[in-house]
Design a protein around this ligand. Structure first.
Ligand code: AMP
Ligand code: MG
Length: 539
């Protein structure tokens, strides 16, 4: 916040609700489950809860909302962000959208447990939508309860903020509030329901529009509202593309393809696996959205998926994310088709997605290994063989890249370095160091030697390279077990680890002496514990 901008109390927040002002509302105002036709949203109020209690909040998010959080009055803040008090200017609503789930058209989905409160207009003139997740049923709740539990809310809150600080496009999270009520969940859908503490996260983004918001109108043949929503999107978040027209619709699609490619390259860079890349979980702004059964790669395994619901098909496995994003973009193209009525220009943008993704991921990988130039004749091979080397034995992705920066390449050009010295910097990345023998050892050493030669060829300076690598290879990520430890404590009423991790993950690329225990390999106990390596959609 600069000196001209003043922090505001809750009651002084300014709202400017473009979405509800410009788009058609559902006429029905009663809150019961139904199909909602010819409307972008349904007005609905959050359900009041018993005893809101603030667990944590993000100072940066409060800052860009110009919101002053008074530490002496946590209760009034918790009251608003649990949904108990609707501020003047807020116009709560749930959005109507559809989506493809696991490759199949699922019809109407909608905000089943998300309630948008309104759009804060900050002093910079930016619009930020506030959205409560877990604040009670809406017309889109289908057979579920509209609530969220503490475990999934801690995961969403921490991961949104961690991703932002990693430089990954994402929705943000303002706050995490306990409701003081219990919610029943059958975590593994195996007939063992338990009561868990209920919680609400306040998510924040310029817009929460998803591919599915457009798909629902196209699927219903409601071209009038499809056009209204696309025009609205262009006039609000894509103003730079010009006034809506057929040509601008195409530019919109091109830009969504571009942004999606960027987002996926970042996921692949940091080892993030979304887990449920359904088209209703794809933001039109290219933001990571809906943190459910996501996970972080520990062992570098492109086939890994954290989502138990996806365990058989592994549709949403780490290595498949680029293809799935393309498939999802194709569904988005189909939704826009009625406004374009030609396939070739849409196909061109899809082709560009592939080109951008390939080019940008090559650049990303070469930055991860600290090359200052990309040599198209040899580097693709160097990178491809690195992918193989990473899969020879259980290798921690985050530690591997972070420690690789410690390799020394300067010095006597002709000296042959012995295997132990070659491997020393990266040994920490191996879960079973005793496996680094024989053929495995030979292959890893061969790669490191090639890499070292490559660095020498470009006269790489170790210190400068290390610094550059440490900007793209985080030391700290929200390891699956760390989130679980924070959850275990929070469920006992101790929010200290949630807040410590929030602080730690504000500087993921810094060494942060004294915090090394949070950068270590996943401990053995976490290998097969629920929440640490397997997540379900139940949340
Ligand atoms: P997700 O898999 O979390 O993206 O959710 C898919 C759809 O189910 C969305 O429409 C959600 O709003 C809805 N949904 C998920 N959990 C709940 C819940 N507990 N209550 C109501 N709707 C839910
Ligand atoms: Mg979702």
């Amino acid at each position: 916040m600069n000196s001209q901008q003043t922090a505001r109390n809750l009651d002084e927040l300014q709202f400017d609700n473009q979405f509800t002002r410009n788009l058609p509302a559902d006429d029905e105002t009663k809150n019961y489950r139904r199909q909602v036709m010819q409307a972008c949203y349904s007005p609905v109020l959050p359900t009041k809860v018993a005893r809101p209690q603030l667990v944590a909040y993000s100072k940066e998010v409060a800052d860009f909302l110009d919101l002053q959080v008074n530490p002496d009055e946590p209760d009034s803040f918790a009251d608003v962000f649990a949904g108990n008090r609707v501020l003047e200017g807020m116009e709560p609503f749930a959005m109507c959208y559809g989506g493809h789930q696991f490759g199949n058209w699922a019809g109407q989905l909608g905000d089943g447990r998300a309630i948008n409160l309104g759009e804060v207009l900050n002093q910079k003139g930016e619009h930020w939508t506030l959205q409560l997740k877990g604040a009670g049923p809406t017309p889109y709740s289908r057979t579920a309860d509209g609530l969220a539990v503490l475990r999934s809310s801690v995961r969403e809150f921490l991961c949104s903020e961690a991703m932002y600080h990693l430089g990954v496009p994402t929705t943000r999270a303002l706050s995490l509030v306990l409701t003081g009520e219990q919610v029943e969940r059958d975590m593994f859908y195996d007939g063992n329901p338990k009561l868990e503490p209920g919680a609400v996260v306040c998510r924040v983004a310029p817009s929460f529009l998803r591919f599915g918001n457009y798909q629902i109108f196209a699927a219903r043949g409601d071209i009038k509202n499809l056009r209204a929503l696309v025009d609205y999107t262009i006039r609000t978040d894509f103003k730079h593309l010009g006034e809506p027209s057929r040509a601008v619709y195409l530019r919109l699609f091109e830009e969504v393809c571009r942004r999606t490619a960027d987002m996926i390259v970042h996921w692949m860079r940091v080892g993030f696996v979304h887990g449920v890349m359904n088209t209703d979980n794809m933001s039109v702004l290219g933001l990571t959205i809906d943190y459910g059964p996501y996970g972080w790669l520990e062992d570098y395994d492109p086939n890994w998926t954290p989502n138990t619901t996806d365990a058989t098909g592994r549709r949403y496995r780490f290595g498949n994310q680029p293809q799935i994003a393309l498939w999802n973009l194709m569904q988005f193209a189909n939704a826009l088709y009625p406004l374009i009525e030609a396939t070739e220009p849409l196909q061109e943008s899809l082709d560009q997605y592939v080109d951008h993704f390939e080019k940008d991921s090559q650049t990303m990988m070469s930055e991860k290994i600290g090359l200052s130039t990309f040599q198209s004749d040899t580097d693709p091979q160097l990178i491809a063989s690195l992918q193989e080397v990473l899969q020879l034995v259980e290798t921690d992705m985050t530690i591997f890249f972070r420690k690789l920066s410690l390799l020394e390449s300067e010095g006597n050009q002709s000296a042959e370095i012995d295997e132990a010295s070659l491997l020393a910097p990266i040994m920490d990345a191996y879960y079973q160091p005793e496996q680094i023998v024989g053929d495995v050892r030979t292959k890893i050493c061969a790669w490191v030697r090639n890499y070292r030669n490559r660095l020498r060829d470009e006269h790489s300076l170790d210190a400068a390279r290390r610094e550059k690598m440490n900007f793209v290879n985080p030391k700290y990520v929200l390891r699956n077990y760390l989130a679980q430890l924070a959850i275990d404590k929070a469920e006992q009423g101790d929010f200290s680890l949630v807040n410590e991790l929030l602080e730690l993950l504000r500087h993921p690329y810094d060494e942060q002496p004294g915090q090394e225990q949070h950068a270590e390999k996943r401990p053995e106990w976490a290998r097969s514990r629920a929440g640490c390596s397997m997540l379900s959609c139940s949340s």
